[in-house]
Design a protein around this ligand. Structure first.
Ligand SMILES: CC(C)(COP(=O)(O)OP(=O)(O)OC[C@H]1O[C@@H](n2cnc3c(N)ncnc32)[C@H](O)[C@@H]1OP(=O)(O)O)[C@@H](O)C(=O)NCCC(=O)NCCS
Length: 146
């Protein structure tokens, strides 16, 4: 509900969101101008999209409830803790499960699945399922032919 309004509001502040994409009402977007959502991309309720750097959700991607997309960190090798940032890219048909954490600079490969509560700090290979903290390969993702 209200997804259309939310889409319009985010667009007003610079987001590039396809008309088929959905942003649920309690999803939070830090900086709309750094959000790109392709066809049928979805940000579910309670998602935290901390897009200091761009977050790019390609076609048919889903980010489930309460997931964190975190494009920023602090340089731990500098005692002044300067902010560091890098984009997050979610390729076509990938799914990020509920309450997963995806760190800066990560690409979730095409068709990959990040299991619920996983913490991802490295790129995820296409058509694989990962889980745990730090996220590890669980299995290959097979999909039905229609
Ligand atoms: C990742 C997921 C899709 C895998 O589902 P599945 O293909 O049915 O896989 P299985 O349940 O057969 O599990 C395969 C193995 O991975 C493990 N596993 C499954 N999900 C996991 C997760 N999120 N984190 C860590 N390990 C996980 C299982 O324990 C099992 O381990 P085993 O081989 O040692 O027994 C599913 O567990 C999941 O996390 N779904 C997300 C749910 C969600 O976010 N819903 C949002 C609302 S729609």
């Amino acid at each position: 509900m209200f997804s259309g309004w939310k889409r319009c509001l985010l667009r007003l502040f610079g987001a590039r969101i396809d008309g088929t994409a959905r942003v649920y009402s309690s999803a939070r977007v830090y900086y709309p101008a750094n959000l790109v959502m392709g066809r049928y991309a979805c940000l579910a309720d309670g998602v935290e999209c901390y897009n200091v750097a761009p977050v790019i959700l390609k076609d048919n991607t889903t980010v489930s409830q309460g997931a964190w997309l975190c494009t920023a960190s602090h340089d731990v090798h500098d005692a002044r803790h300067p902010l560091i940032t890098a984009p997050i890219i979610v390729e076509d048909q990938a799914w990020i499960g509920a309450r997963a954490f995806v760190g800066m600079g990560v690409t979730i490969g095409q068709g990959a699945v990040v299991g619920a509560t996983a913490s991802v700090y490295k790129d995820v290979e296409p058509w694989t399922v990962v889980g745990g903290n730090p996220a590890k390969f669980l299995k290959k993702r097979g999909v039905k032919e229609y």
